[in-house]
Structures are given as structure tokens and as C-alpha cells.
Design a protein around this ligand. Structure first.
Ligand SMILES: [Zn+2]
Ligand SMILES: [Zn+2]
Length: 194
């Protein structure tokens, strides 16, 4: 089993997760904080450019954030994506953030994940299994889509759920028209599931 990501995680420390709405059209240029580990740093510029081009997000370079050793799982020999995401949410200073990390990450019941996002708040992306800058960019765009409130999509679309590396390879790195319309129109309610 090799899924792409999980989303909609709730964090007890995030009082603002409920009731928050993002009105894209009212925000001239939404900013997002970009953190990275040493191994994730080489992708930051490509990711920042594409966040701007695809979603109009202005990525602010927040510098290096070392991997959080509290997320290490000795039995799995991987880092727990939920714990890393929770760490990011505790450390971030603004409303939204992405953290590019280099070690392999997992979620309960799955072998690994490329990334994990919390609706409207934050995402962690692991570059470990993504062997090209293009794939790192694609998965980061996918997780950023979740941050903007997009659920998974069945179209030929970056928001398509990937069950394997091959799935991720085949999907495009841009959102489909339906997803674009959702972003233009609304505004996806927090807590919405698909
Ligand atoms: Zn996803
Ligand atoms: Zn779509």
C-alpha cells in the first residue's frame, strides 16, 4: 500500500481551524510560509515559484527547520507524519505553512506518505521517495491544494489521490478546471470531506 496523503487532520491546539474560511478572491495575494530541512532546501525555489504560478501563493522563505526527532518511530524506522505536522503547526508563526523534509514519513496503517496536510493550515511533504524536482513540486502543489481547501479529485488533476509512485507520476501537476472553479468560487468549508 502506498498512498499519497491524508488530510483534514485536526489539531487540539488549533482553535482557529473551525469556522475559518478562505475567500481567495478577497485575498489579493495570499502568503504561505515555507520551511525546509537541509535535504529539502534544494527544492525550495522551484516549489516557491510553482506555488505562485499555480495558486497565486506567495511563499515566504522561513529558512531551515530541522527534523523533529520526537516524530521518529523506532519500530517503523520512519518519521510519523502526524507528529511532524503537529510540530510544524506549533512552530509556525503565521496562518499557513509548508515544510519540505527529507526523511521517509508514514501514517498509521500505510507504508509511507508523500505528504500530509491539515485543511487551511499546513502540510508536510517528504522528498524521500520523490526523485525529481518535478515530482517534489507536484506533490507540494497537491498538499497546497488541501491547504486551500481542495479535497481529492477524480479528474486528470494534481488533486487526484495517488496510491503509488506510478499514480503520482501519471497525474498532471496542475489542478483541473473543476478544482480551479472551486478555488475561484469559494472557498471550501473546513471539515468538508470527500
Ligand atoms: Zn491528498
Ligand atoms: Zn481536480
Amino acid at each position: 500500500m502506498a498512498p499519497c496523503c491524508v488530510y483534514g487532520v485536526t489539531c487540539p491546539d488549533n482553535g482557529f481551524i473551525t469556522g475559518m474560511r478562505i475567500f481567495i478572491r478577497q485575498v489579493v495575494r495570499m502568503e504561505i510560509d515555507l520551511f525546509y530541512t537541509d535535504g529539502g532546501a534544494s527544492f525550495k525555489d522551484a516549489v516557491a515559484r510553482r506555488l505562485g504560478r499555480t495558486f497565486g501563493l506567495e511563499a515566504r522563505d522561513r529558512g531551515r527547520m530541522r527534523i523533529y526527532e520526537g516524530a521518529w518511530n523506532e519500530r517503523r524506522r520512519q518519521y510519523d507524519a502526524y507528529v511532524l505536522l503537529d510540530h510544524l503547526v506549533r512552530c509556525m508563526k503565521s496562518d499557513t505553512a509548508i515544510w519540505l523534509v527529507d526523511p521517509d514519513i508514514f501514517c498509521e496503517n500505510v507504508n509511507f506518505v508523500f505528504g500530509l496536510a491539515m485543511y487551511h493550515i499546513a502540510a508536510v511533504v517528504s522528498v524521500f521517495r520523490l526523485d525529481t524536482p518535478g515530482m517534489v513540486v507536484k506533490e507540494t502543489i497537491h498538499e497546497a491544494g488541501h491547504i486551500l481547501g481542495l479535497p481529492h479529485c477524480r479528474n486528470h488533476c494534481v488533486m487526484r489521490f495517488s496510491n503509488s509512485y506510478e499514480d503520482a507520476l501519471l497525474k498532471p501537476d496542475i489542478p483541473c478546471m473543476a478544482c480551479r472553479r472551486k478555488l475561484d468560487r469559494k472557498i471550501v468549508e473546513p471539515g468538508m470531506r470527500m
